[in-house]
Design a protein around this ligand. Structure first.
Ligand code: SF4
Length: 472
């Protein structure tokens, strides 16, 4: 009988950690292989956990790859190669020092876009430039939405509001333009010349051939001419990168002609097999008019119709719904869970990159603190959230039958993680008090500026909201 070797996932991660630790206790491949570049602000980071830092214009003048290979980042790589732990990576050191879990430095280094490059990176000189294999790029902050938890750096509509009315009257002066200016995070207007975008296009032909994953974020990417330029480049390039995972975010609340144009481009890319897979990322945080309130600009039915249109006309594409799970998501999340399952049933197909067609990716909101699920009374709202989890569990893909469709373990775990965080025993009452006070202040001003009505839209939260307004 043939002996089958079973390799446990945990052993794989342990091996990767040992390899990394031999180079240094702070070694992480993501510092080289992964980048998020906010071209609208001229800021970058690797990975997405450390704070962003400014990309000096002098550095990209002769070396466009400095959009990723900044001198700042190279000094962090030096620390890693010399056995130190860069302070900016605290997210990982907290996990490693306070639990038995593997941190993201292990998970990200173990990814197929990182691990094959281990030897090259471990033996490199810290001064060397390297192309990332996984990159997320925002070309501009042009956006027709003003989601309540977003801000001027990522939305031109937010920027206009903040210029007109100033900061919100929360303790931290939410979305204060003068603070953004002092932090060098004021976006370049999307109609103005942007030297960071110029540098990107100079770098792109060299970047494209090495890429494993390219994701365009924003702003609303479909409002940026550079997004269309990327799609046309892929369509027209004589040596396509057929290993590329291409992903584009869209709020799907843009004019019909842009949705149709996207579908047309996706069809060409798919029919000619120009990429490995295409994923459309969209966003919604609960159901119906409550979702519209959270994401100002959203017309819920329009977004839902557009999602159906893409899934109908693009038979291979997958859609990921990013759900920024916040205090206003809780009352009606179950409806979203049920209806996303209906989409899975309707569009599941073996022709798609993943059979289940639609993935509900729930991540709990951390900032701004005044809108997180931790401000809710978990004795009242914990059971409501648990009801959504129970619905997901009920609609899970049965493991005994590979042809049946439903929620995956990951989707369920991510919502459970939100429940754990909401009910965490480490929540500090004093902080919750301040955050509730700010919740009241923020939404009172929100309704005044935008002509919305939180009490009408969320009858379930009227008592809570009125209580927040009384807090000193
Ligand atoms: S050590 Fe952690 S925070 Fe730093 S780059 Fe790696 S994964 Fe990101």
């Amino acid at each position: 009988m043939k002996k089958t070797e079973i390799i446990r996932e945990e052993d794989v991660y342990r091996n990767t950690k040992e390899k990394l630790d031999k180079v240094g206790c702070g070694m992480c491949l993501a510092k080289w292989t992964q980048a998020t570049v906010h071209l609208q602000m001229g800021q970058t980071h690797s990975c997405h956990h450390p704070a962003t830092h400014k990309i000096p214009l002098a550095e990209i003048k002769y070396n466009p790859s400095a959009l990723h290979n900044t001198r700042f980042k190279k000094l962090k790589r030096k620390e890693m190669l010399e056995g130190k732990r860069p302070k900016e990576c605290n997210y990982c050191w907290n996990v490693e020092d306070n639990s038995e879990q593997f941190s993201d430095r292990v998970f990200k280094s173990n990814e197929s876009w990182s691990l094959p490059h281990f030897d090259k990176i471990a033996n490199s000189n810290w001064r060397e430039d390297i192309n990332p294999t996984y990159i997320e790029v925002a070309f501009s902050n042009a956006c027709n939405f003003k989601c309540s938890y977003c801000g001027p750096s990522f939305s031109s509509s937010w920027a206009q509001e903040a210029e007109k009315y100033g900061a919100y009257p929360t303790d931290d002066k939410f979305n204060d333009i003068s603070r953004l200016k002092s932090e060098n995070k004021m976006p370049i207007h999307h109609k103005d010349h942007n030297p960071y975008v110029d540098a990107f296009w100079e770098w792109w032909p060299y970047l494209y051939r090495d890429l494993h994953t390219f994701r365009i974020t924003g702003g609303e990417p479909l409002l940026s001419k550079d997004t269309w330029k990327v799609l046309d480049y892929i369509i027209e390039h004589d040596k396509p990168n057929k290993e590329l995972n291409l992903a584009i975010n869209s709020n799907l609340g843009i004019p019909d002609n842009l949705v149709d144009k996207l579908i047309e481009k996706i069809k060409i890319i798919e029919d000619r097999g120009l990429v490995k897979e295409f994923i459309l990322f969209t966003s919604v945080d609960t159901w119906g008019e409550q979702a519209e309130y959270i994401r100002d600009g959203l017309v819920f039915n329009k977004m839902w119709d557009n999602m159906n249109k893409v899934l109908t006309q693009c038979p291979r594409v997958n859609v990921t719904i990013m759900s920024t799970f916040n205090a206003l998501s809780v009352p009606n999340y179950k409806k979203l869970v049920t209806n996303v399952h209906n989409l899975k049933l309707e569009y599941a197909s073996n022709d798609r990159y993943w059979k289940s067609a639609v993935f509900l990716d729930t991540s709990y909101l951390r900032h701004p603190a005044h809108q997180t699920i931790q401000i809710l009374d978990d004795k009242i709202w914990g059971p409501v959230l648990w009801d959504s989890i129970a619905e997901m569990d009920f609609l899970a893909a049965p493991k005994f039958h590979e042809n049946l469709v439903g929620y995956s373990d990951v989707e369920i775990q991510k919502l459970k993680r939100s429940y754990d965080w909401m009910t965490s025993k480490f929540k500090k009452e004093e902080k919750v008090h301040v955050q509730r006070r700010n919740f009241g202040r923020f939404f009172k001003e929100h309704d005044r500026r935008r002509g919305t009505d939180i009490k009408n839209t969320f009858p379930e939260l009227v008592d809570f909201y009125e209580h927040c307004l009384t807090l000193k």
